[in-house]
Design a protein around this ligand. Structure first.
Ligand SMILES: Cc1cc2nc3c(=O)[nH]c(=O)nc-3n(C[C@H](O)[C@H](O)[C@H](O)COP(=O)(O)O)c2cc1C
Length: 196
């Protein structure tokens, strides 16, 4: 299969998913790259045209072990054409739980063909000087690993007649997916109930 174009769809409020996605793209090293940033709501108004000859990267941070709820409507509205897809979940060194599996299932429903998937550690969005969680990640070694992952994807696809001929991926995770817990104990919510 010829490696021509990569369209990389990413959601990245604090920038680490973007860095990983860019590094994977560099490793794939296609002739044409389109970076599709869906971080802001307004950026989710239009749909990319996806051809079966594109390689798409879907890259998302992990929120509560899942794909962020905010971008599910956008992701489920994508229309692929048996397009090869690389699934990427970036997490803050706690756990990625069912996020990669959920992303995989969304992609299959949208008529993508998953060809590779990876979970990458990055600094947690809630990391601080007092409570550091994976500070300054992705570092040089993480970026190198992401590039090598991209290069391995390039090799895999180049050696395949088409993405239809690849073995299906086995993605870790459970179904039904983990339900976020402890979200209803926000004191502000309790307070708003009291003043009703
Ligand atoms: C609301 C929220 C929930 C999160 N849940 C998880 C989680 O379940 N596991 C984990 O390891 N990191 C979790 N994180 C950390 C992010 O996955 C991590 O910081 C990621 O690198 C952020 O990506 P970005 O820099 O592209 O925004 C969470 C972050 C936020 C804001």
């Amino acid at each position: 299969m010829k490696i021509q174009s990569v369209r990389c769809v990413y959601f990245s409020p604090t920038g680490t998913t973007k860095t990983i996605a860019e590094s994977i793209t560099q490793g794939i090293s296609p002739e044409f790259v389109e970076m599709i940033d869906i971080t802001k709501r307004l950026q989710r108004n239009s749909q990319p045209l996806l051809d079966k000859d594109d390689i798409v990267i879907l890259a998302t941070p992990v929120y509560y072990g899942r794909v962020p709820e905010e971008i599910i409507p956008y992701l489920t509205s994508l229309k692929a054409a048996r397009t090869p897809v690389v699934l990427v979940a970036v997490y803050g060194n706690r756990a990625y739980e069912d996020a990669l599996k959920e992303l995989h299932d969304i992609a299959v429903d949208a008529k993508f063909i998953p060809v590779a998937g990876g979970a990458f550690v990055a600094e947690h969005s809630y990391s601080s000087k007092t409570y550091p969680i994976a500070p300054n990640r992705p570092d040089e070694s993480d970026i190198q690993k992401a590039r090598e992952f991209g290069a391995a994807i390039r090799k895999k696809l180049q050696n395949a007649e088409s993405s239809e001929h690849l073995t299906a991926l086995t993605i870790p995770g459970q179904s039904p997916y983990i339900e976020p817990v402890n979200l209803n104990i926000n004191p502000a919510k309790k307070y708003s109930k009291q003043i009703k």
